[in-house]
Each structure stands twice: as structure tokens, then as C-alpha cells.
Design a protein around this ligand. Structure first.
Ligand SMILES: *Cc1c(COP(=O)(O)O)cnc(C)c1O
Length: 387
């Protein structure tokens, strides 16, 4: 099977170093005590990335496992849980909470804007009897980043625990777990970290761990039960065999991520994209809370997504994506995350996008790729050499 150049918002291109890590010799992760040290060391690197002293776990499953495990481990029958919803992943948390017997209350707000903290404040003044609240750091389908830095401390004032999905934010957007008082924050391997699909990782505050350990009723799952990891290091025991090769690869990508100013790179590239898109007369779906890692651009009149996608693939070998649910075929998403987030890649993508629009008969007001290039050059980045 031949593969295209994938410029969707995850999974992300794997560097040669990461691919080599996948082919490394392995030990038995259940039996070899060295593996427990290695796993702990990778967790320490994740703590650096998440800016936390809290306990970190790596689970063998894609991002969704992290979301479900957090809700499953915290929720007891009849617990009231607040679902903070301004997008597809935000809304999706409700299913997990209900599945494990929680009573949900949805704080739904505008899907084109970041969560309005003042509105949430007013809401909480009336109703704040919640065990925990769920929210999404970066809504990947719409490219909206939420002010988790303000929401989590606000929840803390009422003793509400927070669960934050930062699968597509972590590594590309600011994330200060301890400073922002996040109880559980979770990420996935295949987004900004540019590791293979298949791992999720989360940090758990003392309050979150207490809530999990002090449950009245046992957790109704084995695989999703975070309490199963209790004392893993002391006992040198995991609930299941850890995917050692994926963790080798994650370790390599963490070294790459932690050694440079990744967040700044994402910020400059994202700003360049938004500048160029607006100059060209196109409309960005988000109206506030712009993500550093993904931009959803509304398709102009006359542009049909499957046709554009076909032109981009056939003539440039690039796989482009639209979005999910209500945004399917309404937007094209530019995934500028992780290893994909370079001036050169984005220039190439914008060139292909422009070409596909022209071929579909859409005229742009200005050249996308050249404006992008000019804008990032102002900030010391370039589209020619590998930046
Ligand atoms: C990618 C992603 C996940 C994981 O889900 P997928 O099945 O890989 O799409 C969870 N939350 C967010 C915000 C994501 O972007």
C-alpha cells in the first residue's frame, strides 16, 4: 500500500528516530525490573511536559481510553457531573459519564467561541454541587482552545474536580497542570507528540487519586480502572503487559519535544496560517480561542470538500481532512501539530489548497502560501530549510 503525505490533525508523521525506536530489541516488560525504571523515567518526562508533580500513568490504548478511564474511575452511581461543552469532544464526555451511572448536567456554549468564563461563573453560582467537571483543552474538530487556565481554578473554588482532554493541545499549546490546578489531564501519542497511535497518558492529582481510591462501590471495569495501577512501582506490577515498543517511541518523541521551544513554534506557524487565510478572504471557523495546533477553515461557496480533497491528493500526494459531525464537508482542517508543524509543510499544504480551490473555480483575494511565508519570516521561521 502506498501512503500519501498525511497533513491531517493526527495521526502525525513519525520521524526516523521514532521509527527506529519501534524496531529496537525489547525485554519482557512484565518481568524485567529495568522496564519499570524505564516506564518511570518516561513518566517523569511527561510530568515535565505537563508541568506537574502529580502522578502520571501511561495506558495501552488510544486517547479515547484515557477519556473513558478517567470518567469510569471517578464516576459512582448517581454522581452529578458537569459537562462543559463547546464542541464535539466536549459533548462526547457525557456518554462516558452516563455509561458509568453519572447524572450529567451540560453547560453548553457557543460552538464557534471559547468557553466564556464569566457565563460559567454565573452558572456555578446557581449550581455547583458536582463531583467533577469535564472539558476539552483543544477541540480538534473546530480548532478552538478553551481557557482551562481560568476554568479549573474556578471549579476548585467549589471543590469540583476537573478532567481535561488535552489530546490535541499537549505539546503544542501552553499547559500548566499544577499552576492551573487540573486534577486529571490526559493526552494521546498520535497528536502533537508525533508518536505512533496507541498510547494515552494522564496525570492525577492527590484529590483525584483520593476520589478514585475512596469509592464506595468498585469500578465497573478492569481495563478502564485507574485504581488497578495503584503501587505499580512498589509492586513492580502492571494490570496488563505494556506495549514496550510504543513506549520506546514515546520516549524518543518526548526528548524531541522537550528539547526545543515547541509551543512557540506552534504559535508562530498557527498565527501565520490564520493571517494568510484571512488575507485570502477565507473564513476561520473559530471566532475566539484560536488553537495553536489545528485551524478549521470554512469552505467558500462553490468548493466541495471531496473534490478539493481529490485534487490535493492526486496532484500533490497530500492527504487533507475535513472534520466530524456537523462540520463534515463544511471545513478543511489544517493540522499544524507536532512534526507536521513546519513552515515547509504548511507552505506545501497551502500551495496545494490554493491550487485545488482554483481548479474548483474559487478565486482567492491574496496568495495563501506567500503571505504565510512572509508572516512566519517576521518571527524568524522559514519555509525553505528545516525549521
Ligand atoms: C484525537 C482526539 C482524541 C482521541 O480520539 P480519536 O479517536 O483519535 O479521534 C480525543 N480528544 C481529542 C480532543 C482529540 O483530538
Amino acid at each position: 500500500m502506498s501512503v500519501p503525505f498525511v497533513l491531517t490533525p493526527g495521526p502525525i508523521y513519525l520521524s526516523n528516530e521514532v521509527r527506529e525506536a519501534l524496531g529496537r530489541e525489547f525485554t519482557n516488560p512484565d518481568i524485567d525490573p529495568n522496564f519499570y525504571e524505564f516506564y518511570k523515567n518516561v513518566c517523569t518526562k511527561l510530568q515535565k511536559l505537563m508541568k506537574t508533580e502529580n502522578e502520571v500513568l501511561i495506558l495501552a490504548g488510544e486517547g479515547i481510553l484515557g477519556l473513558e478511564a478517567a470518567c469510569c474511575s471517578l464516576t459512582e452511581e448517581g454522581d452529578r457531573v458537569l459537562i462543559i461543552d463547546n464542541g464535539i469532544f466536549g459533548a462526547g464526555f457525557e456518554d462516558f459519564v452516563k455509561l458509568y451511572g453519572g447524572e450529567t448536567v451540560v453547560f453548553k456554549s457557543d460552538y464557534r467561541n471559547e468557553i466564556d468564563v464569566n457565563e460559567l461563573k454565573t452558572f456555578l453560582e446557581r449550581d455547583h454541587n458536582f463531583k467533577y467537571a469535564t472539558m476539552v483543552h483543544c477541540e480538534t474538530p473546530s480548532g478552538i482552545k478553551n481557557p482551562v487556565d481560568k476554568i479549573c481554578p474556578l471549579l476548585k473554588e467549589y471543590g469540583i474536580l476537573s478532567v481535561v482532554d488535552s489530546v490535541s493541545g499537549m505539546g503544542g499549546d501552553e499547559l500548566e497542570t499544577d499552576k492551573w490546578q487540573i486534577d486529571i489531564v490526559l493526552g494521546g501519542s498520535q497528536k502533537c507528540l508525533s508518536a505512533p497511535v496507541g498510547l494515552t497518558f494522564l496525570s492525577l492529582s492527590k484529590a483525584a487519586l483520593d476520589a478514585i481510591y475512596d469509592r464506595k462501590a468498585p469500578v465497573k471495569s478492569f481495563y478502564c480502572n485507574l485504581a488497578a495501577f495503584k503501587d505499580w512501582y512498589k509492586n513492580k506490577w502492571f494490570p496488563y503487559t505494556m506495549p514496550i515498543h510504543l513506549i520506546y517511541a514515546l520516549d524518543k518523541t518526548l526528548d524531541r519535544t522537550l528539547s526545543g521551544d515547541f509551543v512557540n513554534r506552534h504559535k508562530v506557524i498557527a498565527e501565520g496560517i490564520r493571517y494568510a487565510v484571512k488575507k485570502a478572504g477565507l473564513e476561520i471557523y473559530a471566532q475566539s480561542g484560536f488553537s495553536n495546533t489545528v485551524t478549521a477553515v470554512l469552505l467558500p461557496e462553490g468548493a466541495d470538500f471531496p473534490t478539493l480533497q481529490k485534487y490535493i491528493l492526486e496532484d500533490f500526494g497530500i492527504l487533507a481532512g475535513s472534520s466530524l459531525g456537523y462540520l463534515e464537508n463544511k471545513v478543511i482542517r489544517i493540522g499544524h501539530m507536532g512534526e507536521n508543524c513546519t513552515g515547509a509543510n504548511m507552505y506545501r499544504f497551502l500551495t496545494a489548497f490554493t491550487y485545488s480551490l482554483e481548479k474548483a473555480g474559487v478565486k482567492l483575494k491574496a496568495n495563501l502560501q506567500d503571505n504565510f511565508k512572509k508572516e512566519i519570516e517576521k518571527n524568524g521561521f522559514t519555509v525553505t530549510i528545516k525549521d
